[in-house]
Design a protein around this ligand. Sequence first.
Ligand SMILES: Nc1ncnc2c1ncn2[C@@H]1O[C@H](COP(=O)(O)OP(=O)(O)OP(=O)(O)O)[C@@H](O)[C@H]1O
Length: 783
Amino acid sequence: MSTKTGQKRKSRQPGLPRKKAKTVHQTADELAWKTVARPREADFGAGYEALLDLEEVDNVEVVYEATEAGKVVRFKAASKEEQEVLCENEETQLDVSEYFSAGEEVAAVVAPSMDEPNNEDATQVPPFDVENLLPNWREFSLHPQLNRAVYAQKFSKPTPIQAEALPLAMQGRDIVGVAETGSGKTLAYGLPILQLLLTEASVSGTSGRPGRRPVRALILAPTRELALQVSTHLNACLNSVEGLASEDAQNVKQEETDTSPVTKGKGKARAKGKNARKQDSSTSTSSGAAKSKPPPLVSVAAIVGGMSAQKQKRILSRGVDVLVATPGRLWDIIQEDNELADQIENLRFLVLDEADRMIETGHFAEMDNILRLTMRFPKEDGAESEPATGLEGSVEPEESKEGVKKGDLQTFVFSATLSKDLQRNLKRRQRPKKRKNDKPASTLDDLLLRLDFRDASPAVIDISPVGGVVATLQESKVECLASDKDAYLYYFLLRYPGRTLVFLSSIDGIRRLLPLMDLLGLPAFPLHSQLEQRQRLKNLDRFKATPNAVLLATDVAARGLDVPAVDHVVHYQVPRAADGYVHRNGRTARASRRGFSLLLCAPDERRLVRALLGSLGRQEEEIPEMPVELYLLDKLKARIQLAREVDTAQHKVRKEKHERNWLKTTAEAMEIELDSDFETPTDDEGRSAPSKRKSKAAEAKTAALKAELKELLAQPLVARGISTRYITSGSRSIADEMLAGQLNEQMVGLMKVEAGTDLVPAKKRKPKAKAKQDFEEWEGLGE
Ligand SMILES: Nc1ncnc2c1ncn2[C@@H]1O[C@H](COP(=O)(O)OP(=O)(O)OP(=O)(O)O)[C@@H](O)[C@H]1O
């Protein structure tokens, strides 16, 4: 399955004789697009192949015509058919560079392609030996394709949320699922959806289905990254049997069928898939199967921002069974696509993933509009909905024992942080009762209570840990002055090497910290909303690929991002709300792996920490303190001080150069000859002596500071009591530990330990001394 998000369009091949081609006007969709190789510079690495595929088209001329509706684009293509269709969208000219520079505003689509391996033969998927290979999944009777995918991804057993949600979802129940971050919620709702769609498609087949296939499942996600991730995750279940074929094929019956198109992987495996396809076609030419490319059995696509409306429509028109979308972009498309609106009205599955975040991203209105389409009877302000009429499907619905009608919409709401109150209200479908002086119900309450659950009593599965803490997460904190946070962070990074995600509350903070990290020789990458999407993904990729890398991020990275192997999360600033703390921590300790979080808390943030933990039903003292060798910390402070000076000096030199260049360029543009008093040129020749001296001095100062920093960084950081000259002397001999490789590589004399293994319990705070008069006893009036 291929994914396409960008596009490169050639209007006409140079040198093509225009007159010879018989041209007709076509829409962008009707042109004969061909996939072209992705340039190396556009390679974002594993997991993000979805973001850019290129297409080109030959023998097409683009012409602009003025109409009453404004300027429109027409495509003149050499073709046999003589038709003229108006293409109204200027976006059809979008090319790759526009896509990159357009940042957040443009839309991207991850979508199935017809020329990739498809699972058309899923009806012939060989039986899977679930008894022996996946005994823990046996009871769910998954479709063989899903069993194979689960096996290929080495998911030996369902996670607790999956184990609870799957049977209920397969009974047709609506589900409100709350489980810790990284606990496999995506498949908890994804597997039941794919199970039903694969089973239905296996029975009915797809090739014969006429017209546009309707969207059966809609998954709404709050961020572009999360939506792409969900779609990739689900696609992996439809395709990823590659690993199985190579590693464990001998265990699986009818192994030869693993190389059928049904079992091809996506993403990295695509190249292999193509080769295999070539072989397939060479061996099966008689059947002609390789030539005809029917649509995939079940297709998953994400509409998340990044490309033209034309392309999105084209993807949808090919038929998408599971649509993963962010609400804003989806609503834009629905407004222009009545057919899609109809399909949303007749969905089989509706999923809200990280619903609470969707409100924060400001998509309330769009999400509300989309949800209205899914209601049986649009209702006012959360009023109780009417019961189902039974007219929804062509088949008479059957009552299940829970009162759910077969074929009805099933709604799944999942998050790691849905409040207990909201869960109860969702279940009862009640607005919280308003009492006098009550705060208004939250926007999220309002929104979710608009959901028209078909299930009289949606199942609530809440297996979120008490206080939001994942069992494999070790938390800690350091109380320090705000001005010392850099030093503590530096200390942490050297003391406990590992992949570390540092959350800051402002982009300015990231911009300040980044050069410091660079000067201190730490591999750090930024991630925030002002970076172009391309850069964001690139940095994420570098972070994944670099050992001990540091990602400096705002809360844009707090939810849903499933970056494997994040060892540590550092809250450089305390998050503003409790769920922010839970979700940030959730980027580590995922899928039962160990993880560690450190909260850097300045004195003025302590109240916030107390409130935040209080709302999670916890106390400040529960979070142990990270031990710090103050002797070494002082040495690190000296390094940081020097690095700051270098940064300031460099900044000054850069600023001066920039100003000189600006003056020169402006003068040239205005055709003004600058007075000799002005130092205009950037080259040394034309500049005045004092100016040259000044900048030379600044550059020399920077160079000297840099040399000083280099020297300081080269000096080993030695813990107190350790002799580096004679490793068997000093107050502690480190010879044996050195030989055993037990020592930290950055800090001489400290043991190599994982973060979290040497924590000290937090100090109990003394209760504030009561005011004196409290202790003075009334002794009555003297006689
Ligand atoms: N049964 C399983 N066994 C092992 N790993 C699994 C299983 N199911 C999913 N995973 C893996 O666990 C990781 C986390 O899954 P997922 O992203 O669905 O978590 P989540 O609960 O949605 O997290 P968040 O709340 O942060 O969005 C993914 O890398 C996924 O591949």
